[in-house]
Ligand binder design. Structure first.
Ligand code: MLT
Ligand code: MN
Ligand code: ZN
Length: 304
């Protein structure tokens, strides 16, 4: 099994179009040691030809241009994307679906009932897509039941309900339902090795803790360094937890959580442009390194 990181940034990407924080300004002017990142998406394959796209980011077209392996060119119109699976209905994870509209057959789309609901109401992308390729709905239950996605035969997926946040336009933004956000266990049935992927992780519930302990590779929420980051920088009035993200530093933060995990690789993903870990020579980045924690970059590949 191989995972390609298509986009490692949170919503807005890095740099963000309207942001003049120290990171965004520094990247634009070339005065910091950091790399641009597109918005949150990964792709999974077991044969280097057929890929399950996990999240469809607004940057998908640029991500696909940067990933020729996802275009096997078996016909005059073709794609290696055999299906799309969504972690939630957030803009950074779903709006790329509109860019896949030129397909000649309905797009196989895996999501929870809650996410399908949001995409037919608060953000009615599926109504729009029905005038183009349409989607073939495959409902995911967030109860850790294993399923496969054809034609991948030896890759098992299972979803776990997360404590995070439905998007602001969701009818249940302030009335959380299991399935608003999922974490995904992806297992190679041949090697038995698994990845736990959760780009938006607000709290470590017992089910999440168990899934993280069982994983060989952790690919988890790296949005914010501190709970108050967006407030301190004057970028937003919301703390990390209100946005459904567990910050890295401090007691009970993601570093402490990861320290307790036996995984061979611990990788942060969905990094917000405000996060100091984006600067490769920052003290915060050195702290991560001391804890054996990596920071995902676009185009990174993980084989297991
Ligand atoms: C989030 O995960 O909180 C999102 O990236 C926010 C957004 O896309 O607006
Ligand atoms: Mn996001
Ligand atoms: Zn910024």
């Amino acid at each position: 099994m191989k995972i390609r990181i298509l986009g490692s940034a949170a919503g807005g990407g890095f740099p963000q179009w309207n942001c003049n924080c120290a990171n965004c300004t520094g990247l634009r002017s070339g005065t910091i040691v950091a790399t641009a990142r597109t918005q949150s998406s990964i792709a999974v394959t077991e044969n280097d030809t057929d890929w399950v796209l996990i999240n469809a980011s607004p940057d998908i077209l640029a991500q696909l241009r940067a990933a020729p392996a996802l275009q096997p060119a078996r016909a005059v119109r073709d794609s290696g994307i055999c299906a799309v699976l969504l972690m939630d209905a957030q803009i950074d994870h779903v709006t790329g679906l509109l860019m896949l509209r030129e397909r000649s057959t309905p797009l196989p789309l895996y999501a929870t009932t809650q996410v399908f609901g949001d995409l037919g109401s608060g953000l009615p992308l599926l109504n729009v897509l029905s005038h183009y390729c349409g989607v073939a709905r495959q409902v995911i239950d967030p109860d850790d039941t294993a399923f496969t996605i054809a034609p991948l035969a030896s890759t098992r997926f299972s979803a776990i309900a997360l404590e995070s946040k439905a998007p602001p336009y969701s009818p249940h933004r302030n009335d959380p339902h299991p399935g608003d956000n999922i974490g995904l266990r992806i297992t190679d049935a041949v090697s038995g090795k698994s990845v736990f992927y959760a780009p938006g992780l607000g709290a470590i519930t017992p089910a999440v803790d168990a899934a993280m302990r069982a994983a060989d590779v952790l690919l988890v929420d790296g949005t914010f360094w501190t709970e108050e980051e967006m407030i301190t920088l004057g970028l937003s009035k919301k703390p990390a937890s209100q946005m459904g993200h567990l910050a890295q530093s401090g007691p009970g933060g993601m570093i402490e959580v990861l320290d307790a995990m036996p995984a061979a690789r611990k990788i942060l993903i969905h990094i917000n442009n405000s996060n100091p870990i984006l600067r490769e020579d920052s003290p915060e980045r050195a702290i991560l390194e001391a804890h054996g924690i990596e920071v995902a970059t676009d185009n990174m590949e993980i084989s297991l």
